[in-house]
Design a protein. Sequence first.
Length: 95
Amino acid sequence: MIARKQTFKDVTIFLDGSCFIECTFERCTLVYSGLMLVELEANSFEECKWEFSGSAQNTIVFMSVLYRGGAQELIEATFDNIRGKPNPAAVITKH
């Protein structure tokens, strides 16, 4: 799905493989399963619920296990990298 300047209200949207540019989401459930990349650019989200399933959910569970298992520095560095603060302790591989 490619959407530009559209408004979505009270619907469930499966994000995998989609592109949303300058859209408005109101009270939507947004689901990402990690099967395909998503493009989100200059959108607004009001009272939305985010859900992760499949591979995406597995990644979050794995990161939680790492954090609780003593790899807090790696997980914090990963989030710093996401925030645009590169940290050599975080190794993120892109495929």
